[in-house]
Write a protein that binds this ligand. Structure first.
Ligand code: ADP
Length: 628
């Protein structure tokens, strides 16, 4: 049996409709509730009887904690819209909290509500239906979803910003066609290209200068899926049209898509040129310092007083006569006992000056004596106990020897000059007296002669000294000619023949001609022959020999005197050197051989000696032959 329209109980339908409905009067701004159905009461936790006849806004006041949604104003607006336009007006997803009955609390609710005007036969709005749908669950779900989407978007943006702003150069190249998909600013700067020159271009078209070295590497990464790491690779990049040599650390890292297929390569690169250049500079500076220290034969040490630990260089150990590192005590034990106080005094001054400086003697186990100069910087932090000493030692034995030699020379030279001078003075006094008392005495010529001889001796000494200063100033001028060596030797030895103490025998090539300064060579031969006479007083022969060796003439002077100990031989031609430094037995300044050596060397010749103690010595020198 069917039901006709007139039979349908609309009142019941209203009452039981699952849609929440409120019927409201148009009496703005009061808006009296005319009726409410069950669904409405359920949705809003209200009783129908409590509402009817009251204002909507009285039944549903605004939640004082919700200051942002302005739902009351919105609702007013919607009501007016429905009434004025005579059309339904819908408010979507707005917040309108409902009071929790019996408390002052509110429950957060979201609604989508339609206000539908109901018109009478004249087309006038009589009342309107307010039908809210509770969309709180949906709204919250949406909110969550939106928050998730926003977070993702944010994350993506953050990732992109990090990528773009990273201080490392990053570039993504697609695996198939090797086209650059993305590159950040650092990467563009690194390869010296603009974004347009690089992005969406084939990598090797964009950076051809790196293709030869890196194309095979990139291909291999794509092929094998294995990353490639490079450290401090030297690459020449064309930056702003100019080649620039740079050093890079970089990685070619294969990257896969969601399916796990490697379809791109990420290049991460950093320009480490400054670091490499700075390090190389430091290394070079260290190397230079090391070479300088080695060249200067300086030993170095680094002492840590807290642990009594000393780190020394090989040279330091060698200067102390050790073949490897030793403890500080062992080094100290090598120092001469008499110098320890000096060392202590130097250390005591350190807190004030921050430096240590002293010279001390070392006694090696073989009892040889070595002079060293110790210099150090001492570091303190607040107390007078140092926490570090960094310093050098220098072997100054030779320097001390030369200093000693110079001191000896001054006393020898004064002595050598004083003897003839005293003699001249005595002769002059006698002469003065004789001239006054016996002006015709036959002793006068004798004393004059003696004074003269002594003056000549002094002149020779002064000449030698002048020669030395000329040599030192590089002013020894040579006037070379060709002459027969044997003739020169013969001529310059007359004074020895006159003395009659030694027989002079000349052998060898007596025709050999040399190209040299005759006067200077004469001086050399005289010096050698005088030494032969002086240091071989008991033998009666001096042999001269002249021979050609290669393209030089060799002239030797052999005596049969006392000879020279082998350890002294290397020093004979040094300035002021005398085998018998005390000069007790033989007088001399130790300059003759030094001057001779300088003269021969200036001629491009060599000078030397072969000697056997007790048998005699052969001094020789070479000179260039006469040029043809
Ligand atoms: P001086 O003779 O004035 O000391 P020299 O330079 O001529 O200076 O010689 C240096 C030293 O070489 C001498 O002091 C001497 O000890 C040694 N000497 C030179 N010639 C001979 C020689 N023929 N025999 C032995 N010793 C010599």
């Amino acid at each position: 049996m069917s039901t006709s329209t007139s039979e349908i109980g609309y009142q019941d339908i209203f009452k039981c409709s699952p849609a929440a409905i409120l019927i409201i009067d148009i009496d703005a701004p009061y808006y009296t509730i005319l009726d409410a159905n069950d669904a409405y009461c359920n949705a809003t936790n209200t009783q129908r009887c409590d509402m009817i006849g009251t204002s909507v806004f009285g039944s549903f006041p605004a939640n004082p904690t919700d200051e942002v949604s302005h739902n009351i104003e919105m609702t007013h607006f919607s009501f007016q819209q429905a009434i004025q336009t005579k059309q339904s007006h819908t408010m979507y997803n707005y917040r309108y909290d409902i009071p929790i009955r019996g408390t002052n609390e509110f429950e957060e609710r979201y609604w989508t509500t339609t206000n539908t005007p109901i018109l009478d036969a004249d087309g006038q709005v009589r009342y309107f239906i307010h039908s809210p749908a509770n969309v709180t669950e949906l709204y919250k779900l949406n909110q969550k979803e939106q928050a998730g989407i926003d977070a993702l978007k944010n994350q993506r943006q953050q990732l992109y910003s990090s990528f773009m702003q990273a201080p490392l150069g990053i570039c993504i190249i697609s695996g198939g066609d090797l086209v650059v998909q993305m590159a950040n600013d650092s990467y563009l700067e690194l390869v010296g290209k603009s974004r347009a020159e690089l992005e969406q271009q084939g990598i090797w078209d964009a950076v051809p200068e790196a293709a030869e070295a890196y194309a095979p590497v990139l291909n291999k990464v794509i092929e094998t899926g294995e990353a490639f790491f490079a450290k401090e690779h030297e690459v020449t990049m064309i930056r702003k049209g100019r080649p620039e040599r740079i050093f890079m650390d970089f990685v070619y890292e294969p990257i896969s898509d969601v399916a796990g297929v490697n379809n791109a390569v990420m290049v991460i690169a950093i320009d480490v040129t400054d670091k490499v250049v700075a390090r190389r500079r430091i290394e070079e500076a260290e190397e230079r310092a090391r070479l300088a220290i080695d060249a200067a034969e300086i030993g170095t040490f680094d002492f840590d007083p807290a642990n009594d630990n000393i780190v020394t260089s090989d040279r330091f150990n060698a200067i102390f006569g050790f073949d490897g590192p030793r403890s500080r005590d062992e080094f100290r034990e090598r120092m001469h006992k008499d110098d320890l106080a000096l060392r202590q005094a130097a250390h005591a001054r350190a807190p004030e000056t921050g430096k240590i400086f002293y010279e001390t003697r070392l006694i090696w186990p073989d009892e040889s004596l070595h002079w060293i100069r110790v210099q150090a910087d001492v570091y303190f932090n607040g107390t007078d106990k140092p926490y570090r000493m960094l310093g050098t030692v220098l072997d100054i034995t030779e320097f001390k020897r030369l200093q000693q030699q110079k001191d000896d020379f001054i006393s020898v030279a004064s002595h050598e000059l004083k003897t003839p001078m005293t003699s001249v003075k005595a002769s002059m006094q006698l002469l003065e007296r004789l001239v006054k008392t016996q002006p015709s005495s036959d002793k006068i010529p004798l004393f004059l002669d003696k004074a003269n001889t002594n003056l000549t001796k002094m002149q020779h000494l002064v000449d030698a000294l002048l020669n030395v200063s000329k040599i030192a100033a590089g002013q020894l001028a040579l006037h070379k000619t060709d002459f027969v060596a044997a003739e020169m030797v013969n001529e310059c030895c007359d004074h020895v023949r006159l003395m009659g103490t030694h027989e002079l025998i000349l052998s060898g090539d007596t025709q050999l001609q040399v190209h040299a300064d005759k006067e200077r060579i004469d001086q050399v031969v005289v010096n050698l022959v005088n030494n032969a006479v002086k240091y071989a007083p008991d033998s009666n022969k001096i042999l001269f020999h002249i021979a050609q060796t290669g393209n030089m003439a060799k002239i030797s002077v052999q005596d049969f005197g006392r000879g020279i100990p082998p350890e002294k031989l290397p020093h004979l031609f040094e300035r002021y050197y005398r085998v018998d430094a005390s000069g007790v037995q033989f007088s001399g300044l130790g300059l003759g051989l030094y001057i001779s050596a300088e003269i021969i060397e200036r001629h491009g010749g060599k000078i030397g000696v072969d000697s056997v103690v007790g048998e005699g010595s052969t001094f020789w020198f070479t000179l260039p032959l006469k040029s043809n």
